[in-house]
Design a protein around this ligand. Structure first.
Ligand code: 13P
Length: 283
């Protein structure tokens, strides 16, 4: 089913698992991503930056996701990641995205609330879910750059006020993760995550999932994380395999011979992550 963030996180909340939210970087990898989720029997959130969406076309991505969700019987959410511009949100929703993130985390607290409220009103009127962000996640990602000394952890009381005022469907929290961290792993502030989960009642979102130790994922899930973002690991895996394949193939050989192994790498990573996200041995 082609569905919303709210719907899949409700399911995840009931069964205590987290939904993998994977950044797609080109159209080639998209079908393998959805098929990997289907094979695992899990919903999947496909997320794109506004940059990727403009490169491929919002409508093209939405059409593929909707078509595959319906024809492969798998729950697919299509989510716009880290939008800061209202026009991008409007374009995504018009094209059929079922979820958007408004990232007002770099704004003063009140302004973040006011702008997020506007997005929630607009999106909810169209049946689309909204993720907000409070605190600052470190690292670098398209359109997002935060230095180590600029990282601010999410304050649980402020998060409560933010969620109540905005009506967001999910909240991205800053507990020590960094976008784009693939050469090392980060130390999470799990006691803070626990506190946030005890203080507010919305699904929590982890960004910078590539840099999270896999042994911490279960605890994140048990502390209310229902959307777990992974992007860089897919990008790096696809690119490494592409370099290897393109470096050794004849110029006039069919392109798919080079691309299929790259997509297989993405599929393997997604199946592995979903295997952990499903939290199968927990109560
Ligand atoms: P990584 O690229 O670090 O896995 O983070 C993905 C993400 O959080 C997208 O917003």
């Amino acid at each position: 089913m082609y569905t919303t963030l709210r719907k899949v996180t409700e399911k995840a909340e009931k069964l205590n698992f987290t939904v993998g939210s994977f950044n797609m970087h080109n159209l080639e990898m998209l079908p393998s991503m959805i098929m990997a989720a289907k094979e695992m029997g899990s919903p999947i959130i496909i997320q794109t930056s506004a940059g990727t969406a403009k490169y491929i076309g919002y409508g093209v991505i939405a059409s593929v996701c909707k078509y595959m969700a319906e024809h492969e019987s798998v729950d697919v959410v299509l989510h716009l990641d880290h939008a800061k511009d209202f026009q991008d949100i409007r374009d995504a929703i018009e094209a059929g995205y079922t979820s958007v993130m408004y990232d007002g985390s770099s704004l003063p607290f009140k302004e973040n609330i006011l702008r997020t409220q506007e997005v929630v009103n607009y999106a909810h009127a169209r049946g689309v879910s909204v993720e907000g962000e409070l605190g600052t996640i470190g690292g670098t990602e398209e359109g997002v750059f935060v230095k180590e000394n600029e990282k601010v952890f999410t304050d649980p009381e402020a998060a409560k006020q933010f969620v109540e005022a905005t009506g967001v469907d999910a909240l991205a929290v800053a507990i020590g993760t960094n976008h784009g961290q693939y050469k090392s792993k980060t130390e999470l502030n799990l006691p803070l995550l626990k506190k946030i989960n005890e203080t507010i009642d919305v699904p929590l979102v982890i960004h910078g999932g590539t840099g999270v130790k896999e042994e911490d994922i279960r605890q994140c899930t048990n502390y209310g994380v229902r959307k777990f973002n992974v992007g860089t690991e897919l990008l790096v895996g696809w690119t490494k395999e592409a370099k290897r394949m393109f470096g050794q193939t004849k110029e006039d050989a069919s392109l798919r011979n080079n691309i299929l192994p790259c997509n297989d790498v993405v599929s393997t990573v997604i199946k592995h992550k979903i295997g952990i996200f499903l939290n199968l041995n927990a109560n």
